[in-house]
Design a protein around this ligand. Structure first.
Ligand SMILES: Cc1ncc(COP(=O)(O)O)c(C=O)c1O
Length: 384
């Protein structure tokens, strides 16, 4: 079939995402796929049992628009336990179809044409298209390898009367950087007295290493009062395919968010929500996640010691950045493709997370994989 009319494309230059490209290339060349960020493991048996029970519970119709209250109530308890913040489950929590939909809805419901949004690059790929769809402008602050530190004085200079939102992401994909208390305090200082809303992407809240703590915006009263915080169950329970997450925001921000949410998805999978309401009661499942992934990180890092790649710091998430400086002169996109085709290991070049960034020789590996897979990948990488 082919439409013979003129399509007024919203994104005339946009192609397929690098994640699909690299996964397809990995499949074609039978490569070990350390590119896309999804766990290789099965969910915990308690997670499967909760879903089975939910499916048999007889509830197969629409959930309420903001989500099942029973789930929102356990989320409120969790937030109180972890971040010492009392949130109202009725008016400040909304269940979403994963974090991607939450981010899209947050951006489209809170921004208008010509508004500016400060985005820290490298940035997760869904932020910019949503900003551009509403005719707003992303204003980038570039964080650079190896430490991706932020000079908040320079960030302050990017703020104008048009700035309506700052998007932060900690633990950060792809840099694996975790915000410090100083980062949070500097951010608080910059937005004080403004109308700027913080969109805080915290999908890796439970994957933080070396005794560091995840500093949610919800833990800081001044920021919590102006933030829309986004979470994803998929990252926490090895269930990325269930696509359920949630947003927490003050009542007046939530009201605006829901005006779009109700026409965007209306409500999300009832069975999954019933299951998560049950699963969340097992606190150990999320409290033990950091040590589970820290062991994976340590295993992968030790295995990579036998290669010529240089490891960058990894403070959180399930991503390890490596530099191939001294190994190849190819740019990172070409190198990642070469590595997949010729050496059988798929990765993601980090330039794709920047608006314009061709220098630097850094690629990202996902280590949410079985040790056997990580060992095999390191063996193949050691042959370079
Ligand atoms: C930083 C970041 N935000 C959001 C998401 C999307 O999460 P979800 O799968 O719940 O849509 C991801 C997934 O990789 C991510 O890395």
């Amino acid at each position: 079939m082919k439409f013979s009319g003129n399509i007024n494309s919203k994104f005339p230059k946009m192609g397929t995402t690098i994640f699909s490209v690299m996964s397809a290339l990995a499949k074609e060349h039978n490569a070990i796929n350390l590119s896309q960020g999804f766990p290789e493991f099965q969910p915990h048996p308690l997670v499967i049992a909760a879903f089975e029970k939910a499916i048999k519970s007889g509830n197969h119709q629409y959930a309420p628009m903001p989500g099942l209250l029973s789930l929102r109530e356990v989320i409120a308890e969790k937030v109180n336990d972890l971040y010492s913040l009392a949130v109202n489950p009725e008016s400040e929590i909304t269940i979403t179809a994963g974090a991607t939909q939450a981010i899209f809805t947050a951006i489209t419901s809170l921004l208008k044409e010509k508004d500016e949004v400060i985005v820290f690059a490298p940035a997760y790929d869904s932020y910019t298209p949503a900003i551009e769809l509403v005719g707003a402008t992303p204003v980038y602050y570039s964080m650079v390898a190896p430490d991706f530190s932020i000079d908040w004085g320079k960030v302050a200079k990017l703020v104008s009367h048009k700035t309506k939102m700052i998007i932060i992401n900690s633990p950060h994909n792809p840099s694996a950087k975790v915000f410090s208390q100083d980062d949070i305090l500097q951010l608080e200082k910059i937005v004080k007295g403004t109308d700027i809303i913080i969109l805080s992407d915290e999908v890796y809240e439970h994957i933080v290493f070396d005794e560091k703590k995840h500093l949610s915006v919800l833990k800081n009263k001044a920021l919590a009062d102006r933030s829309i915080a986004v979470f994803s169950f998929g990252k926490t329970y090895h269930t990325t395919g269930w696509k359920i997450g949630y947003v927490i925001a003050p009542e007046n921000i939530t009201a605006e968010y829901r005006k779009v949410h109700q026409y965007n998805v209306f409500s999300v999978s009832t069975s999954s929500q019933i299951a998560y309401a049950d699963i969340l009661k097992h606190q150990d499942l999320y409290l033990e996640l950091s040590s589970f992934y820290q062991a994976k990180r340590d295993y992968f890092q030790a295995a990579l010691k036998s290669t010529r790649f240089k490891l960058l710091p990894c403070e959180g998430t399930y991503f390890q950045l490596v530099s191939y400086n001294g190994i190849s002169d190819l740019n990172d996109k070409e190198f990642a493709k070469w590595l997949t085709r010729e050496k059988g290991v798929a990765s993601i070049p980090i330039s794709v997370f920047y608006p314009n960034h061709d220098e630097g020789k850094v690629i990202r590996f996902c280590f949410a994989k079985e040790n056997e897979t990580l060992k095999r990948a390191a063996e193949w990488l050691s042959k370079i």
